[in-house]
Design a protein around this ligand. Structure first.
Ligand SMILES: O=C(Nc1ccc2c(c1)CCNCC2)c1ccc(-c2cn[nH]c2)cc1OCc1ccccc1
Length: 340
């Protein structure tokens, strides 16, 4: 069944690694580098009214380029399907990682939380709110670095992050009080609340607000009252209190969070959210490999790469760049030439 003709010749599709609501994720190899990628496949018919979510996600992922955001390499759209070629994250979901360990020690939770704060501060700086932050939407790559995914519900409020949003969305247990109350809310403030729920889940292994009955769950969220297990340190509780403030105006702003004492402990440097690599500078070494392989002038290739069409050239360039960042050989192989 994995005869997806749109991928033929570009990717070697292997097994399905996950299938959720309206998407299937398959492991694949990018032919020219041999590197592994994840391909998220969505059937347009099955998407129904969820189709706009996919366009929202694709548009957001094209703009959001940072070390803690899952990379989008290529988008292929056919009559029936969407294919998103994505960064390979073999560590799976942070959710499963926490469940497997029951709960995390403060040091390990801090290591993850700094990465989450970096990703959230970055998307807010770019004018986006995620609105569905939860451990299922944070994946681990092969180096145990966190990669944020699922921007299907993200919002880029017209007129910037000071504009209020109205649509209630995301997962109830992680939703802010003002959101579940149906009030207008600021995406940035709602994301900070969800980070509080996330931090609690990291440190405790269960949720601060939980109830099978949705009305009771909403009451608990709006009360802002949660248990404080005996293993939590005073510092952790202070941070949780700063994040889980029912009044969004009393909630710590993300920029202050980056230099909160709890996040500094053991690191002594604030969390940075700036992208490690500027997207606009085309790497000369990768350009050389591409221009030799395709036998094309550097200037022409540089211009085409800078169009960021998210076609096979974008994917090949980004995968070569990935190799450079990981100090792996910048090499393209062409089985076809071998087979010629
Ligand atoms: O590379 C991804 N996942 C992934 C790849 C390999 C392995 C695992 C997981 C864990 C399961 N054992 C096999 C090893 C992978 C990359 C991107 C996206 C993605 C980006 N926007 N939207 C989705 C989703 C991905 O997956 C989802 C998943 C599959 C199985 C379980 C846990 C998670």
């Amino acid at each position: 069944m994995s005869h997806y003709s749109a991928l033929k010749g570009y990717y070697h599709v292997r097994e399905t690694i996950g299938s959720g609501g309206f998407a299937k994720v398959k492991l694949a190899y990018h032919n020219l580098t041999g590197d592994k990628v994840a391909i998220k496949i969505m059937d347009k018919r099955q998407l129904g009214e969820d189709l706009p979510r996919v366009r929202t996600e694709i548009d957001a992922m094209k703009v959001l380029s940072q070390q803690h955001i899952c990379k989008l390499y290529q988008v292929i759209e056919t009559e029936e399907k969407f294919f998103m070629i994505l960064e390979y994250c073999p560590g799976g979901e942070l959710f499963d990682y926490i469940v497997a360990k029951d709960r995390l020690l403060e040091e390990e939770a801090r290591g993850f939380f700094r990465q989450i704060a970096s990703a959230v501060a970055y998307i807010h700086d770019k004018g986006y709110a995620h609105r569905d932050l939860k451990p299922e939407n944070l994946l681990l790559d092969e180096d145990q670095h966190l990669k944020m995914i699922d921007f299907g519900l993200c919002a880029k409020p017209q007129g910037g992050m000071q504009r209020h949003l109205a649509t209630c969305c995301g997962s109830p247990a992680y939703a802010a009080p003002e959101l579940v109350a149906g009030q207008e809310y600021l995406g940035s403030e709602a994301d900070v609340w969800s980070m509080g729920v996330l931090l609690y889940a990291l440190l405790c292994g269960f949720l601060p607000f939980d109830d099978d009955n949705i009305a009771n769950l909403y009451k608990k969220i709006q009360s802002g009252k949660y248990d404080v297990p005996k293993w939590l340190t005073r510092e952790s509780v202070k941070l949780l209190d700063d994040l889980l403030q029912v009044d969004p105006k009393k909630r710590i702003p993300i920029k202050h969070l980056l230099c909160h004492p709890w996040l500094l402990t053991g690191y002594d440097v604030p969390v940075s959210f700036k992208p490690k690599h500027k997207k606009r500078y085309i790497d000369e070494d990768c350009l050389t490999e591409l221009s030799v392989f395709y036998n094309r002038r550097r200037e022409d290739l540089k211009r085409e790469i800078n169009e960021w069409n998210y076609d096979y050239l974008t994917a090949t360039y980004l995968l070569l760049l990935n190799r450079k960042h990981k100090k792996r050989p910048i090499r393209l192989i062409s089985q076809h030439r071998l087979l010629d």
